[in-house]
Design a protein around this ligand. Sequence first.
Ligand SMILES: [Zn+2]
Length: 295
Amino acid sequence: MADCIMQVEARQAEAAEIALVHNPRYIEAMRRLCAAGGQYMPQMEATVGPASWDAALRAAGAGLTLADLIMQSAKCEMWSKEYEKNLNSKFKIPNPKLGFAPTRPPGHHALTDRPMGFCIFNNIAILAKYLQIRYNLARLAIIDFDVHHGNGTEAVFWGDPSVFYVSLHRDNLFPYNKGRGDDCGAGAGVGFTLNIPLPAGVGDDIYLKAFDTQVVPRVNDFAPQFMLVSAGFDAHISDPLGGMRLTTGGFRAIGERIRQMAEHSAEGRIISLLEGGYHLDGLRRAIMAYLGALI
Ligand SMILES: [Zn+2]
């Protein structure tokens, strides 16, 4: 598999790019907080330190780096001039369709004006807005299979019919009272949020049934032009926080379904950003299985 993978360094997101989602006053407040040494914010379940600012800018920039590689690689001249300098692998993929960023901090809980649940900036929401504005894509899907509900992402696109947000999560874990099955968007966005809360302790069969009966038909019907994935692996059976029983093979099977959905309408284009995942060996195995299925 190594000869079809290339490693690129994530650029920092610009403040204006983060402001596609976040309040500029919040961005500046976070920069100052990190520069002043950081803080533990127990009410938001978030901590930042002096190094968090660069990490958060790069976590937000990682998806943008991948988006540019995928969207511009067809134009070979631009590829060589603008992006060759970023490549630190001897392998060059002429027309990449898949991107994965092992981002820390994660992003899907971050709100427009607050950090939350280990998240500072909402990396996947920033990426979606960037793809829409820079590359003029009309319809995007975000599949979020992290064990926690992606409340921040849901809030950004709650009234937006151009982004179909799908979350499979453990019912009423963190954040509480979010991601209920009848939460489906508002205004023009009604029907473009799909929440699938699952009972604690379920495994591959229940997850795959939810994909096959709800996620795949709804996403194919929507026909996104690009697939984005909030890829959290804290529903893995070995995870100490999640309390679910998805196996490594289950993540492979989820990856197969995401690949098929992307091939249906999105020219196979998928960017996955890491969200949760707190058992390092389980995380490693689940990521390898998931990416193996995408590739
Ligand atoms: Zn999580």
